[in-house]
Ligand binder design. Structure first.
Ligand SMILES: Cc1cc2nc3c(=O)[nH]c(=O)nc-3n(C[C@H](O)[C@H](O)[C@H](O)COP(=O)(O)OP(=O)(O)OC[C@H]3O[C@@H](n4cnc5c(N)ncnc54)[C@H](O)[C@@H]3O)c2cc1C
Length: 497
């Protein structure tokens, strides 16, 4: 006899952990969270090298201010009081260096502070700045999912869904540097300004306009917070496991799910939080039309990152440690974000505290899969010499760029390790090492919500919006579909403040 669960969730990253949390809150008594990796967390978790803990994916977030969406979502999940945010410098949380035009732009948070800072850095552009933030606010207000009190309501139609960020900004101002500044946060979602709608970019960025924070203990602290909460609620977690078969379909409902270990399961709802390509490889082909799979094939993964992890000894004072420093070699973020860019890419540098007094310096350069594709058949313990040499020289190039930005680190910065899209593919199981799942292109129909087989649902970072906040928002909205509007509204009313 198959083992029975109320809910089964495939993937225990930010999407799966938050989904399990919301469904357990809604009274699902028997929940199983399945993950292929040896430990839950996915891109939210960390790793340890030379005794130093590093964040694998997630480094910082928006909207963790009191009453912000992330703050409220974490409270709903019961984990907010288990983590400690570290807010970055409100006056210069982000610093953008445009090398071509030798311009440095400080990008604060707090809507009023941000607007007045931009107005003073771009004299003569006050109207454009005001209009931009009015339009952003209108998109956010028309997106009920971004507010727990209204998350049960359908979204309102918006003209900003049908215009790309690039076209919108071209119509907003002739000031190129302001346009690039307002595009700069696309590093946090991976779709180029000419690909993403103004509306989705607004939804992805508004949290960073409110506040920017890292977490004490990194993403791993949030993973541990979820694990502690889910353990108290009796959620079972099976790591090193995979769903390998969906069988016995009756009345558009799958009645049998088989795991790699041979365990047979049945459930009222199975929620995938994996990449669409992985989901497509598991779904029973005969129960979906070919067009469904063609749609999935047409999705394009976001770039991954080439990441260099380094440390500074205790006696070296970190520079701009409460800011994220991003360097753009040309004033053309669209060109830098599309496939085919040759030369050094954009680079984001983040400082964080490590145990033992050292400062961790992490530098991320977006990188598409095609750069590493010729080594795709290698495994993590068996990379060819050519790849290792390329990785070494890429690492040296990025270390040089860090030193050129922070000359005081010369001779002090110690390289610890580097990751390429191949590394992310092999450790996080992300298709093509993509950092944020699939691109969210204008007009695209994502793999989201309820499948043709009624007890199968799609969530995770590729469903609605990426980033940890976007991923958890998807969990909230898919939970709404699973529970139905009335039960969902009741749940939110009972458990959110
Ligand atoms: C380098 C990097 C930096 C990032 N920086 C930030 C940041 O600073 N801020 C931010 O908000 N976001 C950041 N992100 C993005 C953010 O981490 C993700 O959007 C989010 O964590 C995705 O959550 P998820 O649950 O959808 O996917 P994942 O975290 O990938 O979780 C999916 C889980 O499914 C498991 N899995 C995969 N295949 C299978 C299978 N066949 N069967 C069972 N389990 C499987 C995986 O092991 C994994 O645990 C970053 C991502 C990367 C890679």
């Amino acid at each position: 006899m198959p083992e029975r669960y109320d809910s089964i969730i495939i993937g225990a990253g930010a999407g799966g952990l938050s989904m399990a949390s919301i469904l357990s809150l809604a009274g699902r008594g028997k929940i199983l969270l399945v993950d292929k990796a040896p430990r839950p967390g996915g891109a939210l978790g960390g790793f340890t090298t030379n005794g130093i803990a590093f964040d694998a994916g997630f480094h910082f977030t928006g909207a963790l201010n009191d009453g912000g969406l992330f703050d409220r979502l974490l409270r709903l999940c019961g984990v907010r009081d288990r983590i400690t945010p570290k807010f970055l410098d409100p006056d210069r949380a982000n610093i953008f260096h445009f090398e071509n035009s030798s311009a440095t732009i400080e990008f604060p948070y707090g809507l009023k502070r941000l607007q007045s800072s931009l107005k003073s850095q771009f004299p003569g552009e006050s109207n454009a700045v005001e209009r931009y933030f009015e339009d952003i606010s209108r998109v956010i207000e028309a997106t009920p999912a971004l507010n727990l009190a209204t998350a049960h309501l359908p979204p309102k139609p918006l003209k900003e869904e049908n215009i790309t960020l690039k076209t919108y900004l071209n119509g907003l101002t002739d000031n190129r540097l302001l346009r690039e500044t307002l595009s700069a946060l696309i590093m946090c979602h991976g779709s180029a300004p000419s690909e993403i709608s103004m509306a989705d970019n607004a939804r992805l960025c508004f949290g960073f306009y409110e506040s920017v924070a890292t977490l004490q203990g990194g993403g791993e602290a949030l993973v541990n917070a979820f694990l502690a909460e889910l353990a108290e609620r009796g959620v079972e977690i099976a790591c090193g496991e995979e769903l390998v078969e969906i069988g016995t379909v009756s009345e558009r409902k799958a009645e049998r799910f088989v795991l790699k270990s041979g365990r047979e399961l049945e459930t009222d709802e199975l929620i995938f939080t994996l990449s669409p390509t992985t989901v497509a490889s598991i779904l029973p082909k005969q129960h979906f039309p070919p067009a469904f799979f063609h749609r999935i094939e047409s999705f394009e993964p976001t770039p991954g990152f080439f990441t260099v992890f380094a440390t500074l000894p205790e006696d070296v004072d970190p520079m701009d440690a409460d800011s994220i420093t991003s360097i753009y070699p040309v004033d053309d973020i669209d060109a830098l974000s599309l496939p085919g860019w040759k030369g050094p890419g954009a680079l984001a540098i983040i400082h964080s505290e490590s145990t033992g007094g050292k400062t961790v310096v992490t530098a991320f350069e977006p990188l598409y899969w095609d750069v590493v594709e010729s080594w795709a058949n290698s495994t993590r313990l068996n990379r060819p010499q050519e790849y290792l040499e390329w990785k070494k020289s890429k690492t040296e190039e990025i270390l040089r760029r860090i030193i050129s930005q922070f000359p005081a680190y010369s001779g002090k910065l110690e390289w610890e390790t580097s990751c390429s899209p191949l590394t992310y593919r092999d450790y996080l199981y992300h298709d093509q090492g993509a950092a944020y799942g699939i691109k969210h292109k204008i007009g695209q129909m994502n793999l989201v919500g309820q499948a043709r087989l009624r007890n199968i649902f799609f969530a995770g970072q590729s469903a609605i919006l990426p980033g940890v906040l976007g991923t958890m928002t998807a969990s909230l909205l898919i939970a709404r579909i699973i529970l139905g509007n009335a039960e969902f509204a009741n749940l939110i009313a009972q458990h959110s403040r």
